[in-house]
Design a binder for this molecule. Structure first.
Ligand SMILES: [Zn+2]
Length: 446
């Protein structure tokens, strides 16, 4: 199964000029491997189907399981005698829990053309890939299997009209791709502020079962133009055991680390806890922040790039600034003597930028900064969170990365060759390998 597939992929590199492409609106989708699979189908007459069951001499029928039906009653109704039904149910033990049959799912019935009175095989689809086969011939048997998942590399590009999600979905691409893309660029681009005219190109792999796309496997490389700035992300595995990660063209991680602390402080006066005695309210309360004691006027810095979501005074928090870093992380800064001028909701801030000054406004007994942090909206202690790695490509892997980056950059930067202006034509990434020089390309345009 696997060797077959890798052979197909090798061959697909050679066949990449026979690209099947479909163009629709702003988005250009190309399927780089499907033509090859079709071609193989022409050459090799299939003897079994995707369930591994015979095709020649059989007629198949599809029957949907209705509410309140069980397999035993369905099987009886199909003309199988009680011995066959009983042994099928017996044989299912240990293979498949008969109580987990779900109404609405299909059964596939295989009738031998020579003995058409009752099906010889019945297949139950557990989900898109896994299935159970009831072999009803002679002594009978029951076994489970899964369909082959093939990977198809596709490319897509678009210009945002309303939202990234709408641009992708309106063209029939998976909404999952919008999520994947916003995760890849979470630190570079605020996807709440995508604007009309922003543009993207993505090379990604889909999982395909029986010709149907079931999910996005992975984004391999992506380009995003936002506010007239270009961003690139390249997926790269440092070694065979690692999960792989996204890097920019310089090999820096797409993720950014937070500053350890938002200020130069004299001491931490109170840590993150779910229970502490509040000095002013004089009762036990959770303290979902870290208090840094520091002289009034000490500059406070944004611990990461982000957008201001709050910059205002209230009686409890005093002068309070809150930053959304991306769709996962937020940070908050309380009791400031003063908020830096010009900060208001919607303002972009850079990591290390001064956003205000230590004070004791609101409920505070002395000058300090109360620093808060949220992960997916839940208060969290940033000193205890294991953030994903934000390390660059290791020096020893830089050469391999540069070669890989050159292919991906070339693929993403390929000039428009389609017959309409603005369309982007991508050839299989594999094909670019033949263009590799001995040394990695030097990307002078960067
Ligand atoms: Zn506090």
């Amino acid at each position: 199964m696997y060797s077959n597939r890798s052979t197909s992929f090798l061959a697909s590199a050679l066949l990449c000029f026979f690209l099947y492409s479909c163009t629709q609106g702003d988005v250009h989708v190309q399927d780089m491997t499907e033509p090859l699979f079709q071609q193989i189908d022409f050459e090799v007459e299939p003897v079994t189907d995707s369930y591994g069951l015979p095709v020649d001499g059989y007629e198949t029928e599809r029957r949907v399981i209705r509410r309140n039906e069980n397999l035993a009653t369905i099987f009886s109704g199909l003309g199988l005698n009680s011995d066959q039904v009983n042994s099928a149910m017996q044989n299912a033990r240990g293979v498949f829990d008969l109580r987990r049959v779900v109404a609405g799912r299909p059964l596939h019935l295989y009738y031998n053309q020579e003995y058409p009175d009752a099906p010889e095989f019945i297949v139950y689809d557990q989900n898109l890939s896994e299935f159970v086969v009831f072999d009803l011939r002679d002594s009978g048997s029951v076994y489970s299997g899964s369909k082959e998942v093939s990977r198809v590399t596709r490319s897509i590009e678009g210009v945002i009209e309303s939202s990234l999600y709408n641009t992708l979905v309106a063209q029939g691409a998976s909404p999952q791709l919008a999520n994947s893309l916003s995760e890849v660029f979470a630190w570079q681009i605020d996807f709440y502020r995508i604007q009309r005219g922003d543009a993207f190109r993505v090379i990604y792999e889909e999982n395909v079962i029986d010709g149907t796309t079931t999910s996005i496997h992975r984004i391999n490389a992506a380009y995003f133009r936002h506010f007239n700035r270009d961003y690139y992300a390249i997926y790269f595995k440092q070694d065979d055991d690692s999960f792989g990660d996204y890097y920019d063209l310089q090999g820096e991680s797409m993720r950014k680390a937070f500053l350890r602390a938002p200020l130069e402080y004299s001491r931490i006066s109170s840590r993150f806890t779910n229970r502490r005695f509040h000095p002013i309210l004089r009762r036990n309360m959770p303290h979902h922040g870290t208090d840094y004691a520091a002289p009034t006027g000490t500059p406070i810095r944004a611990t990461g790039d982000g957008v201001i979501t709050r910059a205002s005074f209230d009686n409890n928090n005093g002068n309070y600034v809150r930053i959304r870093h991306n769709s996962t992380y937020e940070s908050g800064y309380l009791h400031m003597s003063r908020i830096a001028s010009g900060l208001r909701p919607g303002t972009n801030v850079k990591q290390g930028q001064i956003i205000g000054y230590v004070g004791m406004t609101g409920l505070a007994t002395g000058p300090h900064l109360c620093y808060r942090f949220w992960v997916n909206g839940q208060p969290a202690d940033p000193h205890r969170i294991e953030f994903p790695s934000s390390d660059p490509v290791l020096v020893e892997n830089k050469y391999a990365f540069n070669i890989h980056r050159s292919h991906m950059f070339a693929a993403l930067s390929r000039p428009n060759t389609a017959d309409r202006p603005g369309a982007w034509s991508l050839i299989a990434v594999d094909d670019i390998i033949s263009l590799i020089p001995e040394r990695p390309l030097v990307l002078t345009s960067l």
